[in-house]
Design a protein around this ligand. Sequence first.
Ligand code: MRU
Length: 361
Amino acid sequence: MNISGTAFRTIWPLASGAVRVIDQSRLPFEFETRDLTSLEEAAQAIRTMIVRGAPLIGATAAYGLALALQRDASDARIAEAVRVLRATRPTAVNLAWALERVRRILGPLPVAQRAAAAFAEAGRICEEDVEQCRAIGRHGAKLIRERSEHLNRRVNVLTHCNAGWLACVDWGTALAPIYAAHDAGIDVHVWVDETRPRNQGAALTAFELGAHGVPHTVIVDNLGGHLMQHGEVDLVIVGSDRTTAGGDVCNKVGTYLKALAAHDNGVPFYAALPVSTLDWSLAEGRDIEIEARDPDEVTHITGLGAAGRPERVRVVPETSPALNLAFDVTPRRLVTGLITERGVCAASRAGLLQLYPERAA
Ligand code: MRU
């Protein structure tokens, strides 16, 4: 994606052996990069959400494992690095998936070759993610085109959180169809849920869409239902942090309420995700571990202060406790379809197996 005319990905390796990422905790007000040089820095970047979004967490974890092996690539070091990285964020399955993928290729290799092999595999994970997101864009854009032709007017898409290029290596999942539709000349406008508590919608999705020239409007999380009742939403497209083999969609907290409202108002509700977000080991969404984050993220809010610098202020009384569960699960019955790199399918085991028949065994 282009930022002020320069093509960026969210993560890339440097000749020095470090890995550079965009610091998403400073967006939209400051565009800065950070260099990750060690396991600890990679783990910290994921934990503190300098990088975030399921596919990007996976890519960063893969590079984090590679960084960990630069001085010691023993079996014990691999096990330790995987343990540290896995513990950073529990819900997005891409993280565990990427670590397993890198770990699997390292096992048979001589110790001296492992770090280079891990870097190479992390690079392949990134390249594949870009192609998968591009394909999700192609398949999802067809849905937007169909709505546009049916309605013969601008299509209003509602999205929650940030499932754009910042959440992936490039393109995004939920936003990829929107970029593809916009680039193909389809008149599309996006309702951007602000997405409390961390405001990934207001900060990141709005930043991305603005940089790409896509018409959009930021709304409070609670407005979506009202807009749907008044015919102002034609389609909902969200991302996913983990989708079960049965089609239940885990995504940023608040997604479930949007799905309920969409169902009540006959608005199609799609989740867009690459294969790395599918958890074939789980049938039911209720078995997904939901990340509990620091209550500070609820009691405080960050914005641009009067001095033109980001400032953090408290919005909850000092004495009130807060609960910060970061994700929820939308049951498959509320999901119109899943947009994957292989096409669109029903949110069910049968639907997924049509696209991924190799998983039937
Ligand atoms: O807590 P975050 O910002 O990592 O959560 C991100 C989301 O919930 C996204 O919607 C999801 O990862 C899909 S990303 C392509």
